[in-house]
Design a binder for this molecule. Structure first.
Ligand code: KG4
Ligand code: ZN
Length: 326
């Protein structure tokens, strides 16, 4: 897989990347739809699929141009085939199949969550399993033990809202706008993390998460505290729960590496806390740069490359899935 094209359209980012020899990202273009969905306060699935359709071909031309690569140079196509918004996933899968078929190169269906895990392998090329992955995004919150390439054990996930979803809902509740994560983080800078005594949901109860109660607690405290203190205290509670369960996973699996992936990995407080915790525990901590944390095609290409190197490729009847376990 000398030049692998990656395609990602599972939510509200259309992204195309070209990866050389499994490690060098020649280009990783991301066309975000955030502005399009902002006025609805969240992603509207049908609007997302239509925008993917509009931008995917121009983006493909730009990616090839920027990488200085022609269609005929591509040696494979890796695409997210789930989990995600089904109409959105279908756009990427259809484009990828068309490309793979017309160029006569292998097609590789990639699980979006596996893609997020491999963002850490792009960030740290020397990284090797076994490791613990804390995957936190707008759609997912889970702890996974990666024993080897392709060998995963789900330790636990959220029962209700994802961590990013909780940030988004708290921001909406406080009228801070969308997407909520960055806004809450910014407002939290001026508040006190111990001002409101928010619960630490599911703490001490294994690896399952729950964030909807925390959001409700913010709603009830809204009248009595400033937005700054509410944001700082909410963020601290969320970070505390995530860090606590990550520490438990490291302890119980005996893994000496932790990766933090997904959109919420952009959160400065979470990065700071995990950096400190891992340093104290002698754990190697990897968190990718922002451009690789939010949805992007470079991570899909990297995961696809790993699959192809083990001979795992897809047929042209590859399906798209709204839900797809690791
Ligand atoms: O991985 P991602 O781009 O898309 C999904 O697959 O969901 O993650 C987006 C999520 C949103 O919920 C957003 O609010 C959250 O990541 N996020 C943050 C921060 N930046 C983005 N959450 C907390 N703090 C941030 N700085
Ligand atoms: Zn994602």
């Amino acid at each position: 897989m000398h030049l692998l094209l990656g395609l990602e359209t599972s939510c509200d980012e259309t992204s195309i990347a070209i990866l050389r020899d499994g490690r060098e990202v020649l280009v990783n273009l991301i066309a975000s739809q955030v502005d399009l969905h902002a006025r609805f306060g969240g992603v509207v699935p049908e609007v997302a699929s239509r925008r993917h359709l509009e931008v995917v071909h121009p983006l493909l031309s730009s990616a090839l141009d920027e990488a200085g690569v022609g269609f005929g140079d591509l040696t494979g196509v890796a695409v997210t085939h789930g989990p995600g918004l089904i109409g959105a996933v279908l756009v990427g899968v259809a484009v990828a199949k068309g490309l793979a078929f017309s160029l006569g190169v292998p097609l590789i269906g990639v699980n979006h969550l596996e893609g997020h895990i491999y963002s850490a392998f792009l960030a740290d090329p020397a990284l090797e399993p076994p490791l613990v992955a804390l995957m936190v995004s707008g759609g997912h919150t889970q702890l996974v033990y990666m024993e080897d390439h392709g060998v995963y054990r789900l330790l636990g996930r959220t029962r209700d809202d994802a961590a990013g979803e909780a940030f988004d809902k708290v921001a909406k509740l406080l009228g801070l706008g969308y997407p909520g994560g960055p806004r809450v983080q910014e407002v939290a800078l001026k508040g006190k993390a111990d001002a409101v005594r928010f619960p630490r949901p599911m703490q001490g109860r294994g690896y399952e998460f729950s964030f909807s109660g925390l959001k409700t607690a913010v709603m009830h405290a809204r009248e009595s505290f400033s937005p700054e203190d509410l944001c700082a205290s909410f963020q601290e509670a969320a970070v505390d729960v995530l860090a606590g369960k990550a520490a438990l996973a490291l302890e119980e699996t005996g893994a000496s590496r932790l990766i933090l992936v997904g959109g919420v990995a952009a959160n400065a407080r979470l990065r700071e806390r995990l950096t400190a915790d891992c340093a104290a525990a002698g754990v190697h901590f990897v968190v990718p740069p922002m451009s690789l944390c939010t949805d992007n095609a470079a991570m899909i290409a990297r995961a696809g490359w790993q699959l192809a190197s083990r001979g795992v490729v897809s047929d042209l009847d590859l399906d798209a899935f709204a839900s797809l376990p690791l």
